[in-house]
Design a protein around this ligand. Sequence first.
Ligand code: GAP
Length: 453
Amino acid sequence: MTAESMDKLVALCKRRGFIFQSNEIYGGLQGLYDYGPLGVEFKNNLKRSWWNSMVYERDDIEGIDSSILANPLVLKHSGHEETFSDPLVDCRSCKSRIRADHIKGNKCPECGSEDLTEPRPFNLMFKTSVGPVDDGSSFAYLRPETAQQIFTNFKNVLDSTPHHLPFGIAQMGKAFRNEITPRNFIFRVREFEQMELEFFVRPGEDEKWHKTWTDLRVDWWEKQGISKDNLELLEVPKDDLAHYSKATVDIMYKYPHGLEELEGIANRTDFDLGSHSRNQSELNLTAKVNKNSDSNAKLAVQDPETKEWLVPYVIEPSAGVERGFLAILNEAYRVEGLEGGKERTVLSLKPHLSPIKAAVIPLKRNNEDLVKTAKNLKNVLQSQGLGRVLFENSGNIGKSYRRHDEIGTPICITIDFESLEDGTATIRDRDTMEQKRMDIDSISEYFKETIDN
Ligand code: GAP
């Protein structure tokens, strides 16, 4: 079961502190969102899960964290200056700017006027000036993808680690695009985070690796709680491929607003490493690169046996954190009928993604012994390093349970008067609502098993 409605997810996110409109008290700024106390935990957990699977669980991938501001030459030679644009039309009547592919019947969708300009390309990259003088001569781009600084660091990583082909470089972080029509909550925004892997392989092995990575990425999304029934693979038609891609498979998810891209897995060939290399004519490149790079690097590897130089092909699984956030939230959301005509909202998140791993609640908020025992247990569980554990002194157990169901806390632990007598506590399971008594001393082990799974 899913939320089936974006409005329900938006309302939950605001009500419980997952996501707020950015700059809200000044009227907001379109296409930007802030992540609240629960949102930041959830987002970090999602990114950690990606990093674990990409970097820690493999020995052929290294991570980096590069600068967000990019030298314009990087984005010139990557092809973004020339091609990273949408065709835009201006309405002379109401002054709206509209993406050309959103216009139907030659009419402005805002005011209905037919007084429209011809489409003109509009580059999606944000620019900012660098240094104290803002005369336009010294500027940088805010990176539109994290990928380019992986390519520019290719040699640095290769020279400082013991890798040979195939191997990968992973990076997570902010990317910026001046989207013309940000929409559908956090689905299309102007500032977002990407989780990108550039996996370098021998030319000729690229198609095999493209398939391997597509399968691995679908499996990973399933492990984050997304049902396979709500995922589809889309082979991007040749005419729609990005300028660097030989083939791209998009993992599509059934969002509340429709089937849309969650992650793209592209075969970028030798385009990027070739574009950022000097003396390109000596490199036997297969991609049509932008000639005469200003770079002083040779982004190639030498075959250990033949000593020949080759430029690796790149397979790139590139996922959006916000799109993952939205998809997982949608999957986890359900409303259940309870006895007496009541209902509860539950977020059945996988425990490793839950913003709060457990809540420890004393039955009475003013009882010193109950509070002390609950705080002690909270500290013991927190020290396990599995994520945030909350001591919640609400004084209303029923209300606390409802709140934790709605924010996806896997277990609630109640300390009551029996706890003080026999050293047991009540553990309540979020999904089944089952409650059982357990020795406080054994809760630590139970907690670890529940969250680690
Ligand atoms: N490096 C390749 C690349 O950037 P992309 O298909 O343009 O490819 C990759 O972007 C992923 O980044 C998308 O699948 C999506 O999850 C996310 N993404 C792209 N634009 C976005 C936006 N405006 N808002 C939120 N996420 C976005």
